[in-house]
Design a protein around this ligand. Structure first.
Ligand code: ADP
Ligand code: MG
Length: 740
């Protein structure tokens, strides 16, 4: 067997990159491909680490109300455990097993894989459900993969989750907002339903990480301990007698892994351009001519696409150098169309080396075969909510060491692998935090609070949080819900708005504008806008002249939301033609999805007894009054995010920015941080080069430049604010209110 040659050294230095090595153990091995690939599915399943534990796992699940399963990515938790439960009879008697995922893509791909392993059509015995898309059949589906958010929403109809015998909360280590809420609620449900089994599964790698992850798992296990007798976590109980409930002390099980060693390399000095460095490192590895796919971790869709472009150019250049392997770059991120995703998951054909440029999504939740090299930028986009401004930031920040270890682990699935971290070892040690802050502690909680209230949990403060959110965030959520009319003065769910808003599968502001449209007689228009706001952008990726020109044809001075109405109308008039969409640089796929969402929301409105209406149908194109009705209904959901143009000095930001940035300030701010927040119009907005005096926006994010950039903007008249929200905005002389 040929010794495995360490990649990177020579070729990397040719690019001015040099990696310092740190061996994390394990002997080098000859390159072998994933031989499991050719094995029958049954045989593949038997080879997974979880297989040896299946009897013991089933025993624990039978004997304990809660079982925590810790095992590294790829050990078979997600795909196998639900199948074991199915085989063992947990899906008998018309009941189901649910398995929740924090990410939509994961729910879909995992369900597809399990359906394949069970030899059934997706949507039959095995199904999935994500928001606005339910691919399962009542009465037939036994294993249901869904996002954690979908299961939360199901609890509003079925608070005790009676349909399910087992709920598996997967990827619990990610600590998504909905997962944390779900865990808190499941603990409550178990008190009322002692027969319900909860499985909490979490990924981990390598000894170091297992140690810390187990502490986390133990914390979760302890959280679920409702027995009066304190037993050590992981204590195994006897099986309950026939008809008796299981033990309330949780079981803890670690699946021993099957990981190969991963050699970690660092840069000698941290790079200032990780995208470029990542591409260079990938090319360097490729030139070494050893087989194995490469996985690059970047922070967002744009970066992934940019990396793919750069790699394609490199690939063409390399074609002449007679390398054994052909370079095939692909991108993987959450918004990727399903058809493109397939290319990522399919095993590479002979002679092809896949280079996958991925976001965080590839960290633990989806299985990628054949990865031997990981290139880690050590960065990720981190969403963070600031309760003082009521705005979010989405900043590129260093990942945690726990994440970095997960990422490295992706290289060691098939055979010993390599992970290249694009920073120096010193920076890694000193600049990366140990763990990631749970989403619960850095999110806007208005939607969550509304859901909890509608589940009858009135005292939000005393809810058993796995990680309590900051008090300011809680207060802000209550204030916002009160302003929207969802809560009364005593912070109780108000009728009808509160209950109705909770019922709609939408953010509180969007739900509120739908309800307003019912009263103002323009449900048709607001449904369209809300549906368009619920999909990935309808515009083709921008930046090109022809795209911008096409967009300008639909653009109106009233802003993005009204421009969406124009797009919709034109698409409808074309007979929902794909050709029309292509010639107008509009994403047909997004429009189709919006149409589907629109139908579902329409059904929701019918159920709420809200009659369909339209303000613009039959009105002339210049009927400003009819249009104002629609705009007001939209503003009824967005008035909290109202901003006014200032006459503050404009700063010219870049050469493309010929107009400079107009500065906006929040109207609601009485002072403090909110007043200091500087907003401007995002370049994707149709109002980018305009200067409307008063606007409302659906989203604003602070980016790395420090600005808050508003997207999905609606131009309003100042009088509407006092008219729609007199409880929030008083008729003060506007000028003095805004002057500072
Ligand atoms: P875990 O949840 O423990 O991370 P999974 O159950 O997702 O593990 O995956 C177990 C194994 O199943 C993987 O190691 C892989 O071999 C196989 N697998 C899972 N999903 C797919 C897929 N979409 N295509 C091919 N193989 C897959
Ligand atoms: Mg999994």
């Amino acid at each position: 067997m040929a010794a495995f040659k360490r990649p990177g050294e020579l070729s990397a230095s040719a690019f001015g990159l040099s990696f310092a090595d740190r061996d994390v153990g394990g002997a080098a091995a000859a390159p072998i491909y994933n031989m499991n690939e050719r094995l029958a599915l049954t045989e593949q399943r038997r080879r997974l680490p979880i297989y040896a534990h299946r009897t013991q796992l089933l025993y624990l699940i039978e004997a304990h109300a809660t079982t925590v399963v810790v095992g590294e990515t790829g050990s078979g938790k997600t795909t196998q455990l639900p199948q074991y439960l199915h085989k063992a009879g947990w899906t008998g008697g018309g009941r189901m097993v649910a398995c929740t995922q924090p990410r939509r893509v994961a729910a879909m791909t995992v369900a597809a894989r399990v359906a394949e392993e069970m030899g059934c059509r997706l949507g039959q015995e095995v199904g999935y459900a994500i928001r606005f898309e339910d691919v399962s059949t009542p009465g037939v589906t036994r294993l249901r993969f869904c996002t954690d958010g979908v299961l939360l929403r199901e609890m509003m109809q079925d608070p005790l989750l009676q349909k399910y015998s087992v709920i598996m909360v997967d990827e619990a280590h990610e600590r998504s907002l909905a997962t944390d809420v779900l865990l808190g609620l499941l603990k409550k449900v178990q008190r009322r339903r002692p027969d319900l089994r909860v499985i909490i599964s979490s990924a981990t790698i390598e000894a170091e990480a297992i140690a810390s992850a187990t502490i986390e798992a133990e914390a979760i296990a302890r959280f679920f301990d409702t027995s009066n007798v304190r037993r050590p976590v992981g204590h195994v109980e006897a099986l309950p007698a026939e008809g008796q409930p299981p033990s309330r002390s949780p079981a803890l099980m670690s699946l021993e892994g099957r990981m190969h060693s991963v050699q970690v390399h660092y840069l000698e000095t941290s790079t200032s351009n990780y995208l470029q460095s990542a591409v260079e490192a990938a090319v360097a590895i490729h030139k070494e001519d050893q087989p194995g796919d490469i996985l690059i971790f970047l922070t967002g869709q744009d970066e992934c696409e940019a990396a793919v472009k750069l790699l394609e150019e490199e690939g063409r250049r390399l074609q002449r150098s007679r390398l054994k392997w052909r370079l095939q770059p692909v991108a993987l991120y959450a918004g990727l169309p399903a058809s493109h995703q397939l290319a990522v998951f399919e095993p590479s054909p002979r002679g092809v080396r896949k280079v996958i440029a991925a976001t965080n999504i590839a960290e633990t939740s989806v299985t990628l075969e054949g990865i031997v090299y990981v290139i880690d930028s050590c960065f990720a986009k981190q969403r963070c909510y600031n309760p003082l401004t009521g705005l979010e930031s989405l900043l590129i920040a260093p990942i945690s060491k726990a994440s970095a270890q997960q990422r490295a682990g992706r290289a060691g699935r098939v055979r010993p692998g390599h992970c290249f971290r694009l920073c120096s070892e010193d920076d890694y040690e000193s600049k990366l935090p140990a763990t990631t802050v749970p989403e619960m502690q850095r999110s806007d909680l208005a939607g969550t609070v509304l859901q909890l209230k509608s589940l009858g949990i009135d005292n939000i403060m005393s809810f058993e949080w796995l990680a309590p959110p900051p008090a300011e965030t809680m207060v802000r959520a209550l204030e916002m819900l009160h302003a929207l009319g969802a809560l009364d003065g005593d912070a109780r769910l108000a009728r009808p708005y509160g209950t109705q808003m909770a019922e709609l599968p939408l953010d509180p502001p969007l739900a509120r504008m739908l309800l307003a449209s019912g009263e103002m007689g323009c449900t048709a228009e607001v449904l369209t806008v809300v549906a368009m706001l619920s999909v990935q952008s309808v515009w083709a990726p921008g930046g090109r002249r022809d795209v911008d020109d096409a967009k300008a044809r639909f653009a109106v001075a009233e802003g993005d939301l009204i421009s969406y109405l124009n797009v919709w109308k034109a698409w409808e008039e074309s007979g929902r033609s794909k050709k029309w969409a292509i010639t107008n640089y509009v994403m047909h796929r997004s429009l189709l999805r919006a149409a589907d969402i629109r139908n579902q929301l329409q059904a929701h409105l019918r159920r709420l007894g809200i009659k369909p209406s339209s303000a613009l149908e039959g009105a002339s194109a210049f009927d400003q009054e009819a249009l104002a009705t629609v705009r007001k209904a939209l503003a009824a959901g967005l008035f909290i995010n109202a901003a006014k143009l200032t006459d503050e000095l404009q700063v010219k930001l870049s050469d493309q920015d010929d107009s400079g940035a107009s500065i906006y300030r929040l109207v609601r701010s009485a002072g403090g941080e909110a007043a200091a927040a500087k907003l401007r119009i995002h370049h994707s907005s149709v109002l980018f080069r305009c200067r409307p005096q008063w606007v409302c926006f659906y989203a604003a994010e602070q980016n790395d430049t420090g600005w808050y950039e508003m997207r999905d903007i609606l131009a309003i008249e100042s009088g509407w604010l006092t008219e729609l929200a007199p409880h929030m905005y008083r008729l003060a002389p506007v000028n003095t209110q805004m002057r500072r």
